[in-house]
Design a protein. Sequence first.
Length: 202
Amino acid sequence: MEIKAVLLDLGNVVLGVDFRRVFKYWSEVSSTPLNIFHTHWSIDKPYESHEKGQIDFETYSHHLSTTFDITLTLDQWITGWNQLWTQPVMSTVNLLPRIAENYQLYALTNTNRIHANFFKREYCSELSNFNHLFISNEIGLRKPEPECFEFVCEYIDLQPSQVLFLDDTKMHVLAAQTLGILAQQVEKPQDGEQILNDFLEI
């Protein structure tokens, strides 16, 4: 079936992210060995709840404080949290105007209110070509939940087979493929440009 819409993950597909930057900041302000953050942090239930808008960042920061056995101010937690961002993936960003001329263009990202507020403010130009941003903490669903992809397809009123989806996480790609979405993994940020050129007429 003909592709009608392009659905892009944001992290390391459109916007560069690196959690090591977050841990480095928290390590420095708390005088805690860096390896503590790398070994103790995980995508656990509170993290997922935070990304689905079920708890706020202050509540999540209390969980982090217990996990790492450190005490930071809320501002320090937030400042470190926003160290996540590196640089936009310009090879992909530069294609977005051409994609938007020929296809519906959407983003689907697992994220939280703090990060969403940051990238909406700091990268408004890079994100300006998207028709809509599907943000997990706003819709209450996150990848790889089937309901998340079903919600998007229903919202944009297209069949899964009419959607090209790019994500850097294999689990998300496989979940989308199970539903019939044309999903491709972006193993390195620079891969996105080639995938988009291969599948789209731009």
